[in-house]
Design a protein around this ligand. Structure first.
Ligand SMILES: [Zn+2]
Length: 247
């Protein structure tokens, strides 16, 4: 068995298998289990734990297998080869994983929930997941409207009067430009920002769940109430966050 990756940010797209497993077999069966997702919770196995893969493209001494439907996380891998003589051989693999380069362009409000989550700071992310889960338990249908967004989008929102700042915790990034937001806007998918959200107690529930996890809720602000907004940093840290982002 070999621990072969610890991907916090990006989806696994391929596993590189050394050719040492090759015993003339056209197929390889790989098992993936015992892994953690980025929230530290054990994931469901998305497919049966054993997957048959046919010979992939041979690149030098390795073959590549597409595993793009699996969650990112820490994975353990074992493999078994069925040889031509029908002999089944278990073996260990030294496996290297390369992550797909995520495309962070485009309208980030249209990204999948998973991608929006992955655009958040890794320490903020589990707190947001927990808030979403707690709201679902109460019968709400929460979704992230904005996780990270670009400064260009921020500027548009500023011009529309929907935000008071030209740089917000939504815009935070790592110095290489990878999104690393400390803020998320969360709405109930049935109500958005309409009065129904207030009438059904969604904002209050969001605020309570956020506070319980040490987050800042925009609904507590008096000068500009921002009821869908939660963040993991204090407003006093905004200038430092902007500097850290290289912006
Ligand atoms: Zn916000």
């Amino acid at each position: 068995m070999a621990n072969f990756c610890n991907l916090k940010e990006e989806r696994i797209t391929e596993v590189t298998l050394p050719n040492l497993m090759d015993k003339g077999s056209p197929h390889l069966t790989i098992g993936l289990w015992g892994f953690l997702d980025f929230d530290g919770k054990e994931l469901q196995i998305l497919r049966p734990p054993y997957v048959n893969v046919s010979k992939g493209a041979i690149k030098g001494k390795v073959r590549l297998y597409d595993l793009s439907s699996y969650h990112p996380g820490t994975w353990t891998l074992e493999a078994v080869v069925q040889g031509a003589d029908n002999l089944v051989t278990w073996d260990k693999l030294t496996v290297y994983v390369r992550a797909r380069k995520e495309d962070w362009s485009g309208d980030s409000s249209q990204w999948s929930q998973e991608k929006k989550l992955s655009s958040l700071d890794p320490l903020f992310r589990p707190a947001v997941s927990a808030v979403l889960a707690a709201l679902r338990d109460q019968g709400f249908q929460p979704k992230i409207f904005f996780g990270w967004r670009s400064v260009a989008v921020q500027h548009q929102l500023f011009l529309q009067g929907r935000t008071k700042v030209q740089f917000s915790f939504h815009n935070a990034q790592r110095p290489d430009g990878t999104p690393n937001a400390y803020a998320a806007d969360i709405v109930d998918s049935r109500w958005g920002w309409t009065d129904a959200a207030q009438q059904n107690g969604f904002w209050d529930a969001l605020g309570a769940e956020a506070r319980e996890r040490g987050l800042v809720w925009g609904g507590d602000w008096t000068s500009f109430r921002d009821v869908a907004h939660i963040q993991s940093r204090q407003n006093s840290e905004l200038a430092a966050t902007k500097r850290e982002s290289g912006l």
